[in-house]
Every structure is written in structure tokens, then in C-alpha cells.
Design a protein around this ligand. Structure first.
Ligand SMILES: NC(=O)c1ccc[n+]([C@@H]2O[C@H](COP(=O)([O-])OP(=O)(O)OC[C@H]3O[C@@H](n4cnc5c(N)ncnc54)[C@H](OP(=O)(O)O)[C@@H]3O)[C@@H](O)[C@H]2O)c1
Length: 313
């Protein structure tokens, strides 16, 4: 069943797929956990089916990064969509890599160029719809990294350039008014500090505000993650919210309220996000078809959002 086109956003805002509109330009599927590394037991065929199902349901925007599972998330996207390349909007990132257990930055112009080359190879394509600076590199002036991205666009290798994880000051200082640059911002009911950054992006139409980790890596929507511990190699061990005992109590109250009102936590959180006029795009990371269906059902649920979501969490 095709989804109706959502008119919530200014049609100038969403980034179009080459030569066509997407049905749900504000809902992108993130593929970090789909590569099969760092998120516990994993089934790649389920990830593949999730991508295929997303396409069937009208989703056309997919987000990845060379950093995710050492490139395996990109390879998965290539497998899923190489036959319909021009019908999907592929967004990837450079400037971050893992060596051993540590995460490193390298957003020098030549490193971004090399990262893009590798992403193109893994994605099996000769252009990217969107290529972003994953994180600002503390040892490279942000303006230098941004100029490098503009250069990649001028070369015709990418259709749009974007950024991720900038502070509000960096948004105001480095993104010009009216530029509408895609910016990936961490924001959700437990990570509300992202709002200031989204507001900076809105000031003078600087950014297309793309919300990442909307479910705080699953903590906000999976009661089972509260109960069962994480495996040793799970990247979520680095997330302080997973260790916050007071938050866990508040989350139990939130899950109970959702149960009583017969609304899914997924639906409550997505609606809470959509109630913020600063949010343009939401990028959740479902890794099974069931999780994706839960999101699509959640946004269709016309019932009033739990007004308490923000207070609970
Ligand atoms: N630019 C950046 O720096 C940056 C940083 C983070 C993320 N991102 C982007 O944002 C995307 C999403 O972020 P995220 O993966 O951190 O997490 P998320 O969407 O906040 O959480 C995803 C996790 O939530 C759990 N979950 C349970 N029910 C779900 C449902 N119905 N739908 C979706 N997830 C459900 C799953 O964990 P279990 O299967 O374990 O239950 C899943 O792995 C990433 O894939 C990536 O594209 C970008």
C-alpha cells in the first residue's frame, strides 16, 4: 500500500530523490545497527528484508556511514538497492573511523575525499545523494572540512552536502542563512539539549534538521533492553543513559503509561518529536521488518500523543 505524501513540511525542504518526490520525505531509515556489529545478536537477512519492506512501503531515504560496521551497512544498501539506484536517496558520511576499540576523527579534505571514494565503491554507485561530515574533527578547522564537501559537490560526486553533530554556535557561525543544509542532530525526550541546536538550524533557514537516535538506541522503546543486560561488545555500553538508574525508573513509568493508554512507546516518541516544529526529518534505526512496521503503524495512529511523554522522561 502506498503511503500518502506528507504535506507537513515545506516542499522546498525535503531532499528529493533524483527526478522524483518521495512518499515520506521526512522519515528516513538509518542503517547503523543493520551492519551486524555492536548491537548484539544479529541476522543480516532480517536487515535485508527490513530494507526491502521499507522500499515497498514508500520509503526512499536511507542513511548510512563508512563508520557503520566497517562499511558493511553500506554494502547491505548496495545489495538491496543497486537495481533501483535512481529511485532511492542514499546518504552517507565521512570523517570518522574506528581503529581497535577507539574512534578517531579525520576530516581533512583529502581524508573526506578518500572516505567518499570508499563509500561509492561499497555502495556500488558513482554518485551519492548526500554526503555528510559525520562529526567535526577537533584538529581540522570546520570551515576547511565544509569547503572540502562543497568541492565534492562541485565535482558532481554528490548531489548535496551535509553535516552532523555541530553545536548551536557552529551552526550559526558556519552555515549561512537560507542554505538549508542537512544537519544530523541527536534529539529525543531524554536528550532534550538537542533542541537548542535544532533551533539554531531553524534561525534564518540554515539547516534541514534531521533527528538521529530518536529512540536513544532503543532504550525509549524496548522495555526488554531495561531488563536484559547488554553484551560485552555492544556499543550501547558507551551510552551513559543505559547506566542511569533514575532514568530507568522514569522509563518504567513511561512504559506503564503507554500500556494503560494502549499506545506503543514507538508511536508516543515519534509523535513527541513531530510535535516539535524544529524537526524536519526523523531517522530511526529499525533492524527488523516488525520494528519498521511498528514505526509505520505508530505514525498512522491518530490518537492524541501522550502529553506526559516529555514529563515522564
Ligand atoms: N550522525 C551521527 O552521528 C549518527 C549517530 C547515531 C545515529 N545516526 C543515524 O540515526 C539512525 C538511528 O539511530 P540509532 O540506530 O542510534 O537508534 P534508534 O532509532 O534510536 O534505536 C534503534 C534501536 O531501537 C530498538 N528498537 C525497538 N523497537 C524499535 C522500532 N519499532 N523501531 C526502531 N528501533 C526499535 C532496536 O534495538 P534492539 O533491536 O536491540 O531492540 C534498534 O536497534 C542510525 O542508524 C544512523 O543512520 C547518526
Amino acid at each position: 500500500m502506498a503511503l500518502r505524501k506528507d504535506e507537513r513540511f515545506d516542499p522546498a525542504l525535503p531532499l528529493p530523490v533524483k527526478g522524483q518526490d518521495a512518499c515520506l520525505p521526512w522519515l528516513w531509515v538509518g542503517t547503523w545497527s543493520m551492519g551486524g556489529e555492536g548491537f548484539g545478536p544479529h541476522d543480516l537477512s532480517l536487515s535485508m528484508r527490513t530494507l526491502e519492506h521499507a522500499f515497498e512501503r514508500g520509503i526512499r531515504h536511507f542513511d548510512t556511514a563508512g563508520f557503520y560496521a566497517q562499511g558493511r551497512s553500506e554494502e547491505l544498501l548496495s545489495k538491496a538497492f543497486s537495481s533501483v539506484r535512481n529511485e532511492v536517496f542514499l546518504s552517507s558520511k565521512g570523517g570518522l573511523f574506528r581503529k581497535g576499540r577507539r574512534v578517531w576523527h579525520d576530516a581533512r579534505p583529502e581524508a573526506l575525499f578518500r572516505a567518499l571514494e570508499k563509500s561509492l565503491e561499497r555502495l556500488g554507485t558513482d554518485y551519492l545523494d548526500l554526503f555528510q561530515l559525520h562529526w567535526p574533527d577537533p584538529s581540522v578547522p570546520l570551515g576547511e572540512s565544509i569547503d572540502a564537501l562543497k568541492g565534492l559537490k562541485n565535482k558532481g560526486l554528490i548531489r548535496y552536502w551535509g553535516v552532523g553533530n555541530l553545536s548551536s554556535g557552529q551552526v550559526l557561525n558556519y552555515i549561512r542563512e537560507g542554505e538549508l543544509i542537512p544537519h544530523q542532530v541527536h534529539f529525543n525526550p531524554v536528550h532534550k539539549e538537542g533542541l537548542k541546536i535544532l533551533q539554531a538550524g531553524r534561525q534564518g533557514k540554515r539547516c534541514i534538521n534531521c533527528v538521529i537516535s530518536p529512540f536513544e538506541q532503543g532504550l525509549l522503546v524496548s522495555p526488554s533492553l531495561l531488563e536484559k543486560g547488554l553484551g560485552k561488545k555492544d556499543v550501547r555500553n558507551r551510552n551513559p543513559y543505559f547506566k542511569d538508574a533514575r532514568l530507568k525508573k522514569r522509563l518504567s513509568a513511561f512504559f506503564n503509561a503507554c500500556l494503560q493508554k494502549e499506545i506503543s512507546p514507538v508511536s508516543a516518541v515519534i509523535k513527541w518529536l513531530l510535535n516539535h516544529k524544529e524537526v524536519d526529518v526523523i531517522i530511526p534505526g529499525p533492524r527488523t521488518p516488525t520494528q519498521l512496521i511498528e514505526i509505520l503503524d505508530g505514525i498512522r495512529d491518530e490518537r492524541e500523543v501522550l502529553s506526559e511523554v516529555g514529563d515522564f522522561l
